[in-house]
Design a protein around this ligand. Structure first.
Ligand SMILES: [Zn+2]
Length: 261
């Protein structure tokens, strides 16, 4: 039985290597499922049919909309593309979402916490560090330059009485409604409870991110992080800043490599 198993594994390995060679010759993922590759492993086939990482054209509006800013991809201090506010599409999506939430009976306020400038984030973060130390500060506040709020594509919902919306499981029905319905407005819940390893952030029921309707539908259907959808690294801060890849370079360079025709 052991011998048989060994032979079986050998056949599988050879099959995988052969499959890998076929796959390696196919430069373009969308053409990789051909008759000659039908015998490749199930794993290889599913990898080529996944709707992610997404392929978008470098420099396109969609690439900008899908920009990833996280603990490994910072923005420059002067990044402020929408004059201190949200992008027009993010703002429209926010208004539509809040209207829908009210219609569904949720206790949501009209004002959000949207764009945050680098200097403002620095003040917030430095305050946490002074009060609690850096490790504790990192668990509750982004370092300046690493906050998605600086993109103008993200905002925090508030309850009508002022606090963060559905914070800390205070309204699980509302949190679930957002998970299920935000995509209709081109939005996603950016930091879901079970994707913290990928995003680098604890669950934030209230933090919404605009990605456009096409991306939001796929991200919601397959329950992905934005990192998984775009193929960008996530998780905690790099030990050294020199390992960071600036967000503005990452989305253009990475997406350029994945350029579709
Ligand atoms: Zn937020």
């Amino acid at each position: 039985m052991k011998l048989g198993a060994t032979v079986g594994i050998g056949v599988v390995v050879i099959g995988l290597v052969a499959g890998g060679l076929v796959y390696a010759h196919q430069q373009h993922p969308t053409t990789s499922i051909t008759k000659s590759s039908q015998h490749t492993s199930k794993q290889t086939k599913s990898a080529t049919t996944k709707p992610y990482p997404v392929q978008v054209k470098a420099g396109s509006t969609e690439a900008t909309t899908l920009m990833v800013v996280n603990k490994k991809h910072p923005l420059p201090a002067d990044y402020n593309p929408y004059n201190g506010g949200l992008s027009p599409k993010t703002n429209q999506a926010k208004d539509e979402l809040i209207s829908a939430m009210k219609a569904a009976g949720f206790n949501v306020g009209d004002t959000v916490s949207g764009y945050r400038a680098y200097d403002y984030q620095k003040t917030l973060y430095d305050g946490y560090v002074a009060g609690q130390g850096q490790a504790a500060a990192d668990s509750v506040s982004a370092r300046p330059g690493y906050s998605e709020h600086q993109t103008g594509l993200a905002f925090d919902l508030r309850s009508s009485t002022g606090g963060l919306f559905a914070e800390g499981g205070s309204d699980p029905d509302a949190a679930q409604w957002l998970q299920d319905n935000a995509y209709k407005y081109g939005l996603i819940v950016r930091y879901p409870e079970d994707l913290t390893t990928s995003t680098g952030y604890d669950h934030e029921e209230w933090h919404m991110r605009y990605v456009g309707k096409r991306a939001a539908a796929v991200i919601t259907k397959y329950h992905l992080s934005l990192e998984q959808y775009t193929g960008n690294a996530g998780g905690d801060y790099n030990k050294s800043k020199s390992a960071d890849i600036p967000a503005l370079e990452e989305y253009s360079a990475t997406y350029k490599d994945r350029l579709t025709k």
